[in-house]
Design a protein around this ligand. Structure first.
Ligand SMILES: Nc1ncnc2c1ncn2[C@@H]1O[C@H](COP(=O)(O)OP(=O)(O)OP(=O)(O)O)[C@@H](O)[C@H]1O
Ligand SMILES: [Mg+2]
Length: 258
C-alpha cells in the first residue's frame, strides 16, 4: 500500500522577477497536522513562496500539489476554495468596517459553500473571533485596533475561509514579548482545531515554540530542512541567517540548563 500523499508538496518551484531569481528549484512538503516554519534572511523568497502557493504568482518552473491535485496555474480564489487560507505581510483590512464585518466578508466570499447566507457568515465570524481572542472587540471599527489585534484579525479573516492549510506571513512582527506569547497561544488553539499551518517567522522563540519542522530559505534556495533543534544549530544556517550572536546566546542558555 502506498503512503498517503502529503497535504502540500512543492517540487522544483522556480520564480524569477526579471533578473532576480526569487525562488530556484524549491522542493519540500507539508504533512497534514504539522506546523512548518519558513525562515531565512530578508529577501530570501519567503513571501514569494507563499504567493506561489496561494496562486498570486505563476511559477516559471516546478509544481505545487495539494494532496494529489496540482494547484499551480489555478486562480487564487480557486485555491482558497480548495482549503488554503493565508495572511498578508502587509495587513489589508477593510478600514471602514467593524472587526466582525471584516471577518464575515472572509466567510461570505472565501467559503466552499459559495452561497453562504449573511446570517451564517456572521455566526461563523463570531465563532472565529472567539477562537482568536477578538470577540470582545467584534463591534469596534478596524481603525481602532492595536497592532497585535490587527494581526489577530488577519488570522481571523484567513480562518473565515475555512482552510485546512493556513499560511501565515510574519504575524508576530512588531509584537512585544507578552504579545508574542499571546499570539503563540492563538496559533496553538487554531492548530488544535485541526488546521495545518505554515508560518514565516523571524522570531526564533516562535519557531522553537510551535514548529515541528523548519525550512530555511537563502537566496531563493532551500539551505536546510529539519527539526528546529537541529536546523538552528546548523553552522550554515547560523552563518547565513542567525548570526554568531544568536549561536553564542544559545550556547550560554544551554550551559545554564546543564
Ligand atoms: N513583485 C515583485 N517584483 C519584483 N521583485 C520581487 C517581487 N516580489 C519579490 N521580489 C524580489 O524577490 C526576492 C524575494 O522577495 P520576498 O519578498 O519573497 O522575500 P522575503 O523572504 O519575504 O523577505 P522579507 O523577510 O523581507 O519579507 C527579493 O529580491 C525581492 O526584491
Ligand atoms: Mg516577506
Amino acid at each position: 500500500m502506498s503512503e498517503a500523499a502529503p497535504l502540500l508538496a512543492l517540487r522544483g518551484v522556480t520564480k524569477r522577477f526579471g533578473g532576480v531569481n526569487a525562488l530556484t528549484n524549491v522542493s519540500f512538503h507539508v504533512a497534514e497536522g504539522e506546523i512548518l516554519g519558513i525562515i531565512g534572511p530578508n529577501g530570501a523568497g519567503k513571501t514569494t513562496l507563499l504567493n506561489c502557493v496561494s496562486g498570486v504568482y505563476k511559477l516559471d518552473a516546478g509544481s505545487i500539489q495539494l494532496r494529489d491535485r496540482r494547484i499551480n496555474g489555478m486562480a487564487p480564489h480557486h485555491i482558497a476554495g480548495l482549503g488554503i487560507g493565508r495572511t498578508f505581510q502587509v495587513v489589508k483590512p477593510f478600514q471602514s468596517m467593524t472587526v466582525r464585518e471584516n471577518c464575515a466578508v472572509g466567510a461570505l466570499f472565501g467559503s466552499r459553500e459559495a452561497h453562504m447566507a449573511p446570517k451564517a457568515a456572521f455566526a461563523a465570524a463570531d465563532e472565529i473571533l472567539e477562537l482568536v481572542g477578538l470577540a470582545p472587540k467584534a463591534r469596534l471599527p478596524v481603525g481602532s485596533l492595536t497592532i497585535p489585534d490587527r494581526k489577530r484579525l488577519e488570522v481571523a479573516r484567513a480562518l473565515a475561509t475555512k482552510p485546512r492549510l493556513l499560511l501565515l506571513d510574519e504575524v508576530m512582527a512588531g509584537l512585544n514579548p507578552v504579545e508574542v506569547d499571546e499570539a503563540l497561544e492563538m496559533i496553538r488553539t487554531v492548530h488544535g482545531n485541526g488546521v495545518t499551518i505554515v508560518l514565516i517567522e523571524h522570531v526564533m522563540r516562535v519557531v522553537v515554540g510551535v514548529c515541528n519542522r523548519v525550512v530555511v530559505l537563502h537566496f531563493g534556495e532551500v539551505l536546510a530542512e529539519g527539526e528546529p533543534g537541529t536546523v538552528l544549530h546548523d553552522s550554515r544556517v547560523i552563518e547565513a541567517y542567525l548570526g554568531e550572536k544568536y549561536a553564542q546566546r544559545q550556547a550560554r542558555a544551554e550551559k545554564r540548563d546543564d
